[in-house]
Design a protein around this ligand. Structure first.
Ligand SMILES: [Fe+2]
Ligand SMILES: [Fe+2]
Length: 203
């Protein structure tokens, strides 16, 4: 199901940036923010929480799958699960490695986990998140929670999820669009060069 979406364009950091430059103005339907505002707010919260750069980038790009599949409106309003976390992880893994792609792949599961493990968490979810929760499998069972905790990027996924839920503030965008794109571009460069030097050290 995802390969068509991903094959549609050659995926590069530049093409990911272009997705936000051309489609970031779209509203995150069901929420009072645009896709660019949501992405920037989530990345900003990660940065202010002292997250490492790969997790900051994951936070920035966690919903790129929504934009990549190019569906208009909120799929959940149509009763659809667009599997945007899986689409995004497939895009991000070859470019930035698992420290970025795994928290992104797990950010939907992290919501299901938090609903089950933190009694107050579910009460704070937005209506779009509540609607998508049902489509995404609902709260995790005890066994699913135990399995989820074994994921190598479990902790980063939970952190990302908490920032994701907070990043839905109307009119919160402290910099210009161009500055936001520059931030994203620098973050992508930083993570790519960290990965390159890690590979160099291993060879
Ligand atoms: Fe998402
Ligand atoms: Fe999100």
């Amino acid at each position: 199901m995802f390969s068509g979406y991903i094959a549609r364009m050659h995926v590069t950091p530049k093409s990911l940036l272009a997705v936000y430059q051309t489609q970031g103005h779209r509203m995150y339907d069901g929420e009072p923010v645009t896709q660019l505002e949501h992405a920037w707010q989530c990345g900003f919260l990660a940065e202010k929480s002292g997250a490492h750069s790969a997790l900051q980038l994951a936070s920035w790009l966690h919903d790129v799958g929504h934009l990549w599949v190019n569906a208009e409106g909120s799929p959940t309003l149509r009763g659809e699960n667009d599997a945007h976390e899986a689409v995004a992880a497939r895009l991000l893994m070859p470019l930035f490695g698992p420290a970025v792609s795994e928290p992104v792949r797990l950010h939907v599961a992290a919501k299901r986990y938090l609903v089950s493990t933190r009694p107050t968490y579910g009460k704070k979810l937005s209506s779009d998140s509540v609607r998508s929760l049902a489509l995404q499998g609902g709260p995790m069972s005890e066994e699913e929670c135990a399995q989820f905790e074994l994921e190598p990027y479990f902790s980063d996924a939970v952190k990302l999820r908490v920032w994701d839920d907070l990043a839905k503030n109307a009119s919160w965008f402290e910099i210009s669009r161009d500055e936001a794109f520059e931030q994203l571009s620098s973050l992508m460069d930083a993570v790519a060069s960290q990965n390159a030097s890690l590979i160099e050290q291993r060879t």
